[in-house]
Structure formats: C-alpha cells, structure tokens
Design a protein. Sequence first.
Lengths: 348, 432
Amino acid sequence: MAATATSTAVPAAIDRKAVIQRYATHVILLGVAIWLGANLINSPSQFFSAGMVGLNLGMLYALIALGYTLVYGIIELINFAHGDLFMLGALFSGFLLTTVMGQEHAGVLGIVLLLVTIVGTMLFCGGINVALEFVAYRRLRRAPKLAPLITAVGMSFVLQFVGLKWNGSTPKQWPSVLPEGSFGVGKFQVDYSLLVVIAVTVPVLLLLRWVITSTRQGKAMRAVAQDQDAARLMGVSVNRTISFTFLIGGALAGTAGVMYQQVVGTTAYNLGYQLGLIAFVSAVLGGIGNIGGAVLGGLLIGLIQGFNDGLPFGFGQKWSQSVVFAILILLMVFKPEGLLGRPSTEKV
Amino acid sequence: MVSDVPSRARRMPGLAIPHRMRWPLGYTAAAVLVFLAYYYVIPNLGAGGQTFFRNWLPLTSINEALVWVICALGLNIVVGYAGLLDLGFVAFWALGGYTAGWLMSGFFHQVKIHIFGGATATVPGIHISFWLVLLIGAGFCALWGVIIGAPTLRLKSDYLALVTLGFGEIIPQVFTNGDNIGGFNLTNGSKGITPVDPIGIGSTRLGPFDLVWKYLIFVLIAAVVVFITLRLRDGRLGRAWLAIREDELAASMMGVPLMRTKLSAYAVGAVAGGLAGVAFATHVGGVLPDRFNFSISITLLAMVVLGGMGNVWGVMLGALVLAWVNSTGLPQFGSSFNEEFGTNINFPSYNFLLFGGILVLMMLFRREGILPESRTRLVLHEPSRTDMESLGADMEAPAPELDESASLKTAIAEGPVIADETGTGTGMGEKV
C-alpha cells in the first residue's frame, strides 16, 4: 500500500497507527459484544429468531461472496456483474421449477425437482459467467485496472436489463417447494426451510473445497492465482483455468439464486445489485481472495444484518445498508486485508 | 499557480485570436446562439416548428443536461485527471441538493432567516440568495469530499471504488431516513423538501417558466466550472493529478504529496458536484431522496467515459448527449417509433441496456472516448508496469496506438507546437 510506503520513513507514525488500529479493533469488538449481550438478556427468543434469519442470509451471502473472491483471487477484478448474475439465477430457478416443470408444492417430488433445478441453474449461471469473461474481461486482462472495472459495471447494467425484461419492473411472487412450518428446540422455533438451505449449502461448500484443494484443476487455479506467467511456463492453460474459475463462481451464484427464490419467494430485477454489494462486503470482510474468509465473512455479515434488522436495540431494516457499508468503510480504514487475509504489499 | 505556466499566446496560422481566448469565445458564441434561438427564433416559428422543438429539444431538457455537465465535469477531475474511480459521486449531488433544500426553503420553520432570499420577508424558514447558496453548497461539498477522502484515499484503486460506492449508498439513505434523527426532522424523509425558493436576480425572481434565464445561469455556472477545470489542469496541481494517474509511485518519488493531491482532487470534484446539486434543486424546485441512487453515479461515469476521460470538451459532449437521450431522446424516439410502426415498446426501459452497453463497448473498443485526450489515450493503452516486465512468450500484437502516441509526443516536443482544437493538449510536451 502506498501509504505504508510513505510512512516507513517516519517510524513514529507507523507505531501510532498500529496502536490505534489494535485498540480500535478491540473497542469495536467489545462494543459489539456488549450490544449482543444486552439484546440476549432483553429477549432471548427474539435474539434466537434474528440469529436464524441471519444464518439464512449468511449462507446466501457466503455463496455469492465466494464468486467474488474466486474471481478476484485469480484476475484481481471486482466483478460487479456477479450480483446480477445471482439475480438471473433466481429468475431462472423460478422459471425452470414453476413455469417449465410446474412444481408448486412441497413433497418428495418437489425436493427431487429442486435438486434438478439447482443443477440446471448452476449450469445456466456458470455458462453466463464464462460467456461474460470470454466476451469482455478476457480482452481487458492486460488493460489498466480502471477498464475491466468499468466494463464489469456496464455488464451489471446489461444483466439488469435482461432481468428487467424477464421479470418485469415489479417484484414477482413464486410458490415455494420447501417444506413449510418449523419445529421446536426447547422454546425456540427453527424453520424447515433453513434446514434445506443448510443441507444444500454445506455440501456445495465441501465440494468446492474438494475441487480447489484436491483436483488437478483446483491446483491449476491456485497456481494461476499466484503467478500467471509461472503457471503458464509450467504448462497450465491460463485461459482455461480462468474460464473454469468463472464457471465455478457462476455456479455458486446460481445455487444462491435458487435458495433465495425458494426461501424468500420474491424476485425483482434490481435484487442482485443490493445483495451483490453486501456479498462483496462479506468477501472483503473475510479477506478477499481467501475462500474460507468469504464463507466466514458471509456468515458474519448475514448475522449482523439479521441482528440489526430483528433485535430490539438494532437500527432496524431501513438502516440495514448503511450498517453494512459502515462496516465496509471501517474495515477498509483499519484492516483492509480482512479478517483472514494476509496483509499484502503493493507490487512495484 | 498560474504563474508556473509558460505564456501560451500561441496563434493558429491565419487566425488572430490568442489561444487562451479561443474556448471562452467559442463557448460564449454557442451559448448565445442557443439563447437567441430560444428567446427570439423559436417563439416566432410556425406551429410545426414549435411543436418539434417542444417535443425533441425542450429548454428544460437543455437545462437539465447543463446540470449533468456541471456534475460530470466534477467527476472528470476525480476519475479523468486523478485516476481515482469514484462510484458514489451521487453523494455530492445529494449533499448540494440538500444544502439548497435547507437554506432556500421554509423547511426549518422554527427559524426565520432572510439573506437576499427569494421569498417574502415574513415567511418562516431559511431563505438565502441562490448565489450565496451556490457558494455555501460548494464549500459544504468540498468539506465532505475531504471527510470522505481522508480515511479512504490511501486504498488501492478498486477498494477505493468500493468505499466511495459505500458512501454513495449511505448518504442518500441518511437523507431518506433522516426525518427522525433523535426526534429531529433533518431531511423530511422520503417526502423530500419542496418547494425550493426561486432564483433571485436583484429584486426579480425567476418563476417556473423563466427557463431561458435559468438556462443562462446554468451556462454561466458550467462556464465557471470549465474555467476552473482547465486552469487547474495546466497548473501545478493539475499536472500533479495527471502524474498520480499515470504512475503513483513515480509521482511520489518526484515529490508529489500523494494524499494532499488526491484530497484536493476529491474536494474540487465535490465542489462541482455541489454546484450541480444546488442548480438541480432550483431546476426541479425541490429535493427528493429517491432520485439520488446508484444509477446516477453510473450515468455520470458513462458520460465521462463516453466523452473522453480527462478531456473537458469530451466530457461536456458526453454529458449533453447522454442527458438528452435519457430525458428526452429515448422517450421521444420511442413514442414516435411506436406511432410509426404501431408497436408498443417501452423504450425508456432500454436505458439500462444503453448505458451498460456504452460502458462495455467503449471499454472494449475505444477506451479513450469520443473526443480523446492524446495523453489519456496513451495511459489507457499502456500495459501496467508488472505486465510490461512479465511480457514474455505471448506478447500480444504490437500496439500501434502506443507507437503513434509516442511519435506524436516526440513530434510535439521537437517541432513547432500546433495548438489543438480542444485547447487541453498543451500540457503534453511538458515533462511532469
């Protein structure tokens, strides 16, 4: 970072900064802990249900954030279109499950068809993401950073246009095939739909982990992320690996789209922009480029949002965005490398 | 600052207008022509001509386009000159707008302050003259530019984009939810603040139909912003901005104070945003928080990119064209198209495709914009430093753009200087 480079000349300044950073982090964490404790004592059941909502959101954010983090890790691009890809995934999921396959009720058939829908949407979103990379980002790989970033913003608008034409300008309601109702744990209630979300998300995350750590293609991804040219010299096809990364990122966004469409039941063309941004904040929170970090960040942001929206001492839903972005800004100021990321120095 | 610039009384062969006078004269001529057209010519046209102008080129849309021009010029300083991507520029527009809302209306009915205001002296509220509010709004936004910039400007480019986007989301949300901040109504929530006082010139006040005079005022504000932008660009500060844009590390090694220079880019850009905000509030006669959303920031960015990052005239062209297309061109084209072919296509809904498409296609095929600045073109086609070093076996096709610009640069450095038409290319031969 340039600021670090300039302040190394003044050792006193860097000490002061480090001290401020450490204390600020502690103070903020302490404040959050006190706030959560007060809420828990005030009304435990509300705390629990807000936590469940947060967990649900968190899974969603984790899936989307992974797409951001994978792409950023490999070509250092903030793929602004990723949130809108998620939105298209939600639309496609509704289209496939309700319009094409006509399934509107819960049941065994519903679960089977839901699995089919998940696979279909994964392929759909992965395909779109690969196409975007092929059409636009690939040509800009050697361009200055501003160019691909602006292109991604433009692509986000193009995808939103597709969503607008597909979904219409007003939000659309969809029937859900998830089992309704909830079961009690002690005096707290857990929705069945949350179980389905967990049952889908956790295997997907484990699969991703396996792909990245144990397969040839995953090894290639890590190699390209580390050093493209060295990877190329070792015989890795860089273009194919980057396409593969976009495919995985898109597939994860597709999964998130199905989950969202099923759990929330409403889709809108501008859905992806909001959720995408929050998911990106999650990726940054965990440390961008770090797979585990994206999941952790997603869950944390989801919980924060759930608590903020649902707790008696929260700011309420109308400040939801502001809270998330305030976290982003604080994080950027005090700990730009994120929770799990390693502090990096600017390549010169 | 001005004294650093060598005297630039260059002349075009055969044209006896000093170089420094060329753009003000051209600008004034164009502005006066439009003024005369709307003041004398169009009211005297036949019914057909009047309808044509009312449909396709109403003065309201020109006024609105001028507001966009002012704001886009501000963004151009941040993105085009200093190379800091700002995706939340709408925040400054909103702040300027609310300055006008607070200081030029009866909103704060608890107090009664009149300073050359556009309302009768008995009305409660704060009523300050439009011209003073312009200054206050500009100062307020500059302050906020510094507040937003100070903690965030040390970030890398894409992180900076994200943080500015965050501010661009937070500030409008504060305005939307600001009707009850600790029991105090700061912004009147989603209802916004209406009406805003009319602009006063002396003792006359411009009503909603004095569009021609409003046009003149907006042209004047835009001229001031253009003047500031051009003068700064040639001065020490502007050259420092360009140096930072091109290579931050090299610039800091040459003694350019990074933080201060970037902060001043933010502050100056925010000033233009604030002016646009105040002007827009008087243009529509109120401020509404739901107008200030992300798509405004993107539209501004599209204007800067389309016109030519870093070139004042390109940005002005981009802003005029896109603002017109957005407000008048697309709906009008749609309705005449539907009428002609009996279709029922909702053309305004295509603006997503239009703006997204512009951004993508421009970045892919003409990164430097319609009216490029030669120096920007060079920057945007140069591979970044690490790529240069690592270009190996798969070096891409040789870049004719680079060679062309490089030879142009040498030609300018050696040969007699020919002032280009835009008047902004003068810094090119200098070593920064």
